[in-house]
Ligand binder design. Sequence first.
Ligand code: ASP
Ligand code: MG
Length: 405
Amino acid sequence: MARIVQKYGGTSVGDVERIKKVAERVKATRDEGNELVVVVSARAGVTNELIARAKAVCAEPSERELDQLLSIGEQETCALTAMALHGLGVKAVSYTGAQAGIFTDKVHTKARIQTIDAKPIENDLKQGRVVIVAGFQGINEEGNVTTLGRGASDLSAVALSAALKADKCEIYTDVDGVYTADPRVVKNARKLAELSYDEMLELASSGSKVMQSRSVEFAKKFGVVFEVRSSFNHNPGTIVKEEVAYMEKVVVRGVAVDKDQVKVIVSNIVDKPGSAAKVFRALADATVMVDMIVQNVGRHGVANLTFTVPQTDTQRAVKALEPVLAEVGGGQVAVHENIAKLSVVGVGMKSHSGVAATLFQSLAAANINIELITTSEIKISVVVDRDRVDEAARVAHAAFGLDTL
Ligand code: ASP
Ligand code: MG
């Protein structure tokens, strides 16, 4: 007998037929003699729809009321899943986040979990009940409902796994697991049997969004091993866990593409201490998320700063920079939209040399120009022409032997 936490995402509980399928899967796991806690998301699209309705009645809805409203999406699927299990003759009970003992801080719409009182769930498990928990929500010390940030049903599942000392945490979604690249772009992409938390985090920040990043950080912090797998088939998924020595044998684990970036160039600013500080202070104050940064070597006392920001932050970035230009000695701002970021990720980079050379050579052979480069311990990212980034991904995927592994 094992204690298992399963989480089903929005598409897996997208309509009543799918909820019934989830109930069958839960029953099968239960029938094997396991203790089971099931976390569910809202039906796909419901959270967005609720936000749209809130905005239709008030331009700036109160965050407390938003949480009241958004939490109902998960409560619907949670109660329906319990009912579907009853229909199959399985003892089950549904809980809101509050009823499940998930206590958070007071920050509405992106609350942090502070403690979980596992007693109520423990008690149900002892009585042989399957416990269904509404994901994405908790309660604060004032008794108000809070939500944990978009995509945070994953976090509910990981946090409950830690609190309940579960033997297994399974994240059911609409893809088979984490791939070496997006299979829609790279036809030879393969599903990874396992990868480390850090690789998963770097892949997520590089454009392959399978799971909410905060949940992966939480899992890393508390050592929760989890498996990402599909609720639509029985294929084994991808296991995400602490790095182990043999993982370093593979130099590059995966290739990710992010087409949601634009390049901003601030040119002809005075090359003296404080210029970069002023530029990036202004961007930070406007909550622009800056990613890659390159400053060229100053000539004749002037320098250029080039960086990337998410497409949605472009206007905010340009507006934030206007007042700063005079302070840094004039200068112009230019935006280049037609770029994308390609990243190669792998913990093996720590112990192998020549990774950058291999990447750059493969792109050179395909005549793809590199505009910006950044590296971390386990990632190399380059900015290339957006029209050629898919090809760049295929070329890099092959160059690191991922086509044939
Ligand atoms: N329903 C929430 C959202 O759409 C939480 C989740 O699905 O994980 O963000
Ligand atoms: Mg989700």
